[in-house]
Design a protein around this ligand. Structure first.
Ligand code: SF4
Length: 419
């Protein structure tokens, strides 16, 4: 007690953008490249042409939520259908969760659609349909909108000069400034946000942020970046280091990389010249995904027109794949014998159908593997043909019989389509 805490030292200059002339030049070069090379994307067209500010914010918001964890090429079609079906916040607020899940089916990370719709309802009912205009308010008032999404909506739709940091930006900034400390650590992430806020162009913030992300998506890509074509290579410390074999000499470079610089790679894993610029960024090793086994049964009956029908049941409204439909499925303990797995499934089906199900009657079809973000899921697939009808217990989860076409139009996950 009584000893004043030392002020945190500023990181060495090679990790910062401290020269205003360089910042200006970087903005200019990046924006000129973006104007020449940007991809034509439906949400960009809407953000540029939509005169109504609330609709504009909504259009950008939907695109940002869909783009989280999902490739641009996959999102385009979903986005177009979404905006046709629900062009405004008001339209989305009136949709049912079932409709949202049906449109979202196949896009993954299903809670995103649900949260988006809940947030739209909040804007309509509590904010009189008016989108907050500033990043701080967007993040505070809209459920499911984090710091990144708030910054993207505020800068792209409303011209607020605020930076954004996503996976692409992390990669570009770590390379521009040779940041080799764990890029998922809060200390490094905080620095990157500071940097993004310093860099963002004051008159074209939305374009600048999109340009930085676009650079990461198309030029400064993870594995083989196209440094020769890069519009900001003259500002890139990693590129210089690769070319000249050592860090660009800056006044205090001697302080960096030898002591305990918080942004340099750990001293035990210095620059690997075979990796070049892809020395950056670095991440602490990820936890391996959790392995899970689930037995699932495709129950089939003859429908009234003779076509086969399949039983779908609805998952709980929270947790993984919330509210989606699936074939009746039961999680299994690891390392069960096949016979045991079959019995577990038969017992589970019996509860559903209120009548005995013979484990031997279940026909083994095969296994389907599906990787969710953090789960390595194996579905052990069985089928069972029913002769008569069954009465399902209405006290259990909602369930329904569907034809194959109806199955494909339902809110089912990609994993169930594989099954
Ligand atoms: Fe990325 Fe290479 Fe450009 Fe540096 S020069 S920002 S590493 S593409």
């Amino acid at each position: 007690a009584g000893v004043p805490a030392a002020a945190p030292a500023l990181p060495p200059a090679r990790h910062l953008f401290s020269d205003p002339a360089e910042v200006e030049a970087l903005r200019r070069n990046l924006l000129a490249w973006y104007d020449r090379c940007k991809r034509d994307l439906p949400w960009r067209a809407l953000a540029a042409a939509e005169p109504d500010a609330d609709r504009r914010g909504y259009a950008v918001w939907v695109s940002e939520i869909m783009l989280q964890q999902t490739q641009v090429a996959t999102v385009i079609d979903y986005y177009t259908r979404w905006m046709q079906k629900w062009p405004t916040l008001q339209a989305l607020a009136q949709a049912s969760l079932e409709e949202v899940n049906e449109l979202w089916a196949g896009l993954g990370y299903y809670s995103r659609g649900k949260r988006l719709q809940e947030a739209a309802r909040k804007v309509v009912s509590q904010l009189a349909g008016r989108m907050p205009r500033r990043a701080e308010e967007l993040q505070k008032l809209l459920p499911g909108v984090g710091r990144y999404t708030a910054g993207a909506i505020a800068s792209i739709s409303y011209g607020q000069a605020t930076g954004v940091v996503d996976g692409n930006v992390i990669r570009v900034l770590c390379r521009l400034r040779c940041i080799g400390a764990d890029s998922s650590s809060p200390a490094v992430i905080d620095r990157l946000w500071d940097m993004a806020n310093v860099l963002v162009d004051r008159s074209r913030p939305g374009d600048f942020n999109q340009a930085l992300m676009e650079l990461g998506a198309t030029v400064c890509v993870p594995k083989s970046p196209l440094c020769g074509e890069c519009p900001v290579k003259q500002h890139c410390q990693a590129w210089r280091r690769k070319l000249f074999g050592k860090a660009h000499p800056v006044p205090d470079v001697e302080d960096c990389g030898v002591g305990d610089c918080p942004l340099c790679p750990p001293a035990t894993e210095p620059w690997d010249s075979s990796l070049g610029v892809t020395n950056f960024p670095r991440k602490a090793a990820k936890k391996p995904p959790r392995a899970m086994r689930t037995a699932t049964c495709v129950l089939e009956r003859r429908g009234c027109h003779g076509a086969p029908e399949y039983l779908l049941v609805q998952r709980p409204s929270s947790g993984l794949l919330a509210g989606l439909w699936e074939f009746p499925s039961v999680p299994l303990a690891q390392d069960l014998q096949e016979e045991k797995e079959r019995e577990e499934l038969a017992d589970y089906l019996q509860v559903w159908m209120g009548q005995p199900v013979a484990a031997k009657g279940l026909q083994f079809i095969g296994e389907v593997i599906h990787i969710f973000s953090h789960i390595h899921q194996t579905y052990v697939v069985y089928s069972l043909h029913l002769d008569g009808d069954v009465t399902l217990d209405p006290a259990l989860s909602p369930s329904r019989w569907v034809t194959e076409d109806e199955f494909h139009a339902s809110a089912v996950s990609t994993a169930m389509k594989k099954v």
